[in-house]
Design a protein around this ligand. Structure first.
Ligand SMILES: Cc1cc2nc3c(=O)[nH]c(=O)nc-3n(C[C@H](O)[C@H](O)[C@H](O)COP(=O)(O)O)c2cc1C
Length: 191
């Protein structure tokens, strides 16, 4: 009897761990009212210079239609934004992001890397938007290579703002068709 009780306690512990894990990991893709309410607590933010990350972001928007969707805009020239800023870890100047962050529990942040670092307009967002307490899913695009050390540095940077990195995904865009990119992001969001 005592053994059975202990076994039950042991199994219950695993169930609760599994539940907490699932709660952190899953995104509210369901289109019922509960799913939509959860989506409303989600902010999708993206930056894209050449259009690849935009393809992913638009697909995320389709999957989470009640989420808030915002583009990070910067009119800084590529030379300054992608060379000078990247070499010296400077933020690009960006247009104001007019969102009430208190409404959002989770943020899906999509951005390319430039020279193994997050693109400077997105860096500006990480450094200036109040992300503390938010669960952040990072969807990073690269042509073909984003080193593991650089990935760890990016995670640390985001967590230094008090946010929790709840998901980190690298999507290689080089040589991929639009349809392949859409398929990749659908798998990321639906899993
Ligand atoms: C200035 C610059 C630097 C880049 N550096 C890298 C790099 O270090 N590694 C990599 O794999 N791709 C690199 N890329 C490729 C982009 O990260 C990739 O094409 C990305 O998907 C572009 O996103 P976008 O089309 O939304 O702007 C670089 C692109 C640019 C313009």
């Amino acid at each position: 009897m005592k053994n059975k009780f202990l076994l039950m306690l042991f199994l219950l512990q695993f169930c609760s761990v599994g539940f907490v894990f699932a709660k952190v990991q899953s995104l509210p893709v369901s289109d019922n009212e509960t799913g939509k309410n959860e989506q409303r607590k989600t902010l999708i933010l993206y930056y894209s210079k050449m259009g690849k990350t935009k393809i992913l972001a638009e697909e995320v928007r389709k999957l989470l239609p009640a989420a808030k969707f915002e583009e990070i805009k910067s009119d800084e020239g590529l030379m300054k934004a992608a060379m000078w800023n990247q070499l010296f870890n400077k933020d690009a100047s960006i247009a104001e992001i007019d969102v009430d962050m208190s409404k959002y529990e989770r943020v899906i942040l999509l951005s390319p890397i430039w020279l193994q670092k997050i693109a400077s307009p997105t860096r500006a967002v990480i450094n200036t938007l109040p992300l503390s307490g938010k669960k952040i899913r990072l969807v990073i695009t690269c042509g073909g290579y984003f080193g593991t050390e650089a990935q760890e540095e990016l995670k640390k940077h985001v967590e230094s703002k008090g946010a929790k990195v709840a998901g980190f995904f690298v999507v290689k865009t080089g040589g991929k068709s639009d349809e392949e990119l859409k398929e990749t992001i659908r798998k990321i969001i639906q899993n």
